[in-house]
Ligand binder design. Structure first.
Ligand code: GLN
Ligand code: ZN
Length: 769
């Protein structure tokens, strides 16, 4: 029984790639060291998969930074500004596209001479938390083979005696993910120019001895128009003709094929991969009209979540399929690449045995696939122990008292629509104005202040036990007090406590909520060398005790100015976690919303006059298909409102979102009915505000005037210019003045002059009639 993984985590079990990259970027090691580490990681991955019984072992799933960037480099889609003129793309060019390159920093208002190159735009890969580098196409875009990475890595494995299945991102998905500054350039119009490069890669793979080649076309899980469907047809007609000796497997994942099923089945390829976790209904329909030539890859193990699978139940589903199809027409696989789960749950010694036993990371998922494969070929008896263990694990999780909390269920059942409603904004507004007494264009920040070395060291020492609770607390209090005093001195109107006590905006809350667990080493690549450790929501969520009230209360006790309470919203708490799969996501989100609601009420009770509930992840939770948007937005908005609406009308609720495009969700943003929303707008030169203007957004808005991603300190004039633009689009009394996002990644040396300039800009604006 052929068994595939579709792709595996590449960062390394101990994040070796991260260390190698960061030391190379810092100039501590050379390219040879980096490439050697990469080679070792690939070999280790191939060998591990071989040992675990995987037969279709992927190659070219590895990347030094990102597989979409690799594809751009492969096809020579390197924008002119990176100065590449042909031949193999140098490593420096590759990383300049990935991260930008440093120039001499200019500072001040004049654009700096010799400023570095900007990185390519980055955005989320479908509905995952993985970010890819957006391909950028130029007018007259030509493609050429500029990297033979897929062939090189295939041969590298072959030398180790391992036959692999190279993975490519399909040409149609690749083009659809791309963009051009020229609005008239439709990426799909570039297909004819692109296909010869893909054809050449396939011919070389064929010559190198490849058999199966996996071509990922996750665009098949999106709404496609006829143009895109036609492009898929043309592409695969051309590619299968180019290398007739190869067996091409087209992979769709992250959702059902739905109305794209016919298109997928008609592609002239040897195999089709289906995501049967998210697209279970595709299976029956695909079997009904499966052409004889087509092999099916059944994506039955969840590549997006961390729970052990119910293997007997899966066998019940796919056993009959295996009987119907000849064995060579069937493959077993995870639903998608295992890139999106951590490497190995065995090392999670910080979790108790029961909880750890519920988890399956990449290594465990491979073993599950191998078990399924043996059950199908040798019969269930051959793997009876493994199947029993899986069934027991699933049953123990389903019935465990640790995941069901009757009080949470009762509370959820008692939720009424009124609980998500406040007095209308028009009536809240004067009450808040009277209570807060703020000037026109009030200034504030988004929450975090620099996480300096001192802060990080103190936290690490506290975790290690070398800094006592008491000393750590005293240290954090000093940091907080200094931040309050400093904000008063520069004359910011609504203060924040600085978030010095927080490691991460989700982890900090998750650690205090029941139903959440944390891993030691459950790293998942987010982009490049950046990894996140998503917490695991395993049970009903509740708040045993207040979480932030002490910090907010302490900060407020130091000043007469309002201090904003600072919370992470329910949708973001959900979106950035691995979520239990035995309840609808909406239900889990409501549980979190109720826990946060209590916190908001407690903050109010402690004398806090404004509470910010951050929801930067609302947009990325949007389903892949438009037809599913309304349902998602309805519960996402309801959850936010549920968390925000327990307080009196005179308490001001803020929310914050960044990296968002608002046009297509502006009504939902309006329906959230936050009193104030702060958004990231400085890089878009306030263009993002057009969505709010067109919609006549009635509440208050803080359009970011300061790009916190750059170390550059903005000057007063440029922030005034941005605010003047904002004033053209909004009513003056709607506008707040704030940075784009939190300042935790910046240094005080940058933050202090930047915020002083921001306050000066607000004052200047008050003086301009
Ligand atoms: N309050 C958070 C901070 O300032 C918000 C972070 C975010 O939007 N991602 O860091
Ligand atoms: Zn932000």
């Amino acid at each position: 029984m052929p068994i595939a993984t579709m792709g595996v985590p590449r960062i390394g079990p101990r994040r070796e790639l991260k260390s190698a990259l960061e030391s190379y970027w810092a100039g501590r090691t050379g390219a040879a060291d980096l490439l050697a580490t990469a080679r070792l990681l690939r070999a280790e991955n191939w060998r591990r998969q071989q040992a675990l019984g995987i037969t279709h072992i992927p190659s070219n799933d590895f990347s030094l930074y990102d597989q979409v960037l690799d594809t751009s480099v492969m096809v020579g889609a390197v924008p002119a500004l990176y100065g590449w003129t042909g031949g193999p793309v140098p490593l420096e060019t590759y990383f300049a596209m990935a991260r930008g390159s440093q120039g001499r920093s200019g500072g001040g208002c004049a654009p700096a001479a010799g400023e570095g190159l900007p990185a390519q735009e980055m955005t989320k890969w479908f509905d995952t938390n993985y970010h890819f580098m957006v391909p950028e196409f130029e007018p007259g875009q030509r493609f050429q083979l500029a990297s033979t990475k897929p062939v090189d890595e295939f041969l590298e494995a072959k030398e180790l005696g391992i036959q692999t299945r190279p993975v490519l991102i399909g040409p149609v998905t690749y083009l659809l993910l791309g963009k051009s500054k020229d609005a008239d350039l439709k990426p799909l119009s570039l297909l004819d120019g692109l296909l010869p490069v893909y054809a050449e890669v396939l011919r070389r793979l064929e010559a190198a001895g490849a058999g199966w080649v996996q071509i990922d076309e996750p665009c098949l899980a999106l709404d496609l128009d006829d143009g895109a469907r036609h492009a898929l047809h043309r592409a695969y007609a051309a590619l299968s003709a180019a290398a007739p000796g190869l067996e091409l497997l087209v992979a769709s994942y992250f959702g059902p094929l739905g109305d794209n099923l016919e298109t997928a089945l008609a592609l002239p390829v040897a195999g089709l991969h289906l995501d049967l976790v998210r697209g279970a209904a595709d299976l029956e329909r695909a079997l009904e009209r499966l052409p004889d030539r087509l092999a099916l890859s059944l994506g039955v193990i969840d590549g997006r979540n961390v729970w052990r699978a119910d293997l007997p139940a899966i066998l019940d589903r796919i056993g009959p399929v295996a009987e119907r199809l000849r064995p060579e027409r069937l493959l077993l696989a995870p639903s998608c690449s295992l890139l999106h789960v951590p490497v190995d749950s065995e090392g999670e010694t910080g979790l108790d045995d029961e909880l750890r036993g519920w988890l399956a990371f990449a290594v465990q998922k491979m073993a599950e696939l191998a078990t399924l494969g043996r059950a199908l070929t040798e019969g269930r008896e051959a793997v009876a122990d493994a199947l029993d263990a899986a069934a027991r694990t699933v049953a123990s999780r389903r019935t465990s008292p640790r995941i069901h909390d009757a009080a949470v269920a009762a509370r959820l059942a008692a939720v009424t629509p009124e609980m998500a409603r406040r007095l209308p904004y028009a009536e809240r507004r004067p009450l808040q104005a009277a209570r807060l007494g703020l000037p026109l264009f009030p200034t504030t920040t988004i929450g975090s202040f620099p996480q300096t070395d001192a802060v990080r060291k103190a936290r690490a020492a506290h975790i290690k036990g070398t800094l006592s609770d008491q000393d750590y607390l005293a240290f954090l209090r000093r940091e907080t007090e200094a931040a309050i005093r400093w904000q008063e001195a520069v004359d910011i109107d609504v203060l924040v406590h600085g978030e010095f006590e927080r490691n991460d905006m989700v982890q900090y809350f998750g650690e205090q909520l029941a139903g959440y667990a944390f891993t030691r080493n459950g790293w998942v690549q987010s982009y490049g060398s950046r990894c996140v450790r998503p917490p695991v929501i395993f049970g009903d969520v509740s708040r045993p005790a207040p979480m932030t009230v002490d910090w907010a209360g302490y900060a407020q006790s130091l000043t007469d100015r309002p201090v904003k309470g600072m919370l992470t919203g329910p949708v973001t708490m959900l979106q950035w976690s691995f979520v239990r799969d035995d309840l609808p996501r909406a239900t889990v989100c409501r549980q979190i919303a109720l826990a946060l609601r209590d916190e908001v009420v407690d903050l109010e009770r402690a004398g806090i006059r404004a509470v910010q509930i951050d929801e930067p992840a609302i947009r990325e939770g949007l389903p892949l298909r438009r037809a599913d948007w309304a349902a998602y937005l309805a519960w996402a908005v309801e959850c936010f409102r549920l968390s925000a609406s327990g307080v009196r009308p005179e308490t001001q609720i803020h929310t914050h979102m960044c990296y968002s495009e608002f046009n297509d969700i502006i009504e939902a943003i309006g329906a959230m009915d936050a009193d104030v929303i702060s958004i990231e707008t400085s890089r878009s030169k306030m263009e993002l505000l057009d969505a709010f203007t067109g919609y006549r957004y009635p509440n208050e808005i803080g359009p970011g005037v300061y790009d916190i991603h750059s170390p550059r300190v903005p000057c007063v004039e440029e922030m005034v210019a941005l605010l003047v633009k904002a004033r053209e689009r909004l009513k003056p009394d709607q506008i707040w003045v704030n940075p784009d996002c939190g300042l935790k990644t910046r240094r005080w040396e940058e933050v202090k002059p930047a915020l002083a300039a921001m306050v000066a800009a607000a004052k200047a604006l008050r003086a301009i009639p």
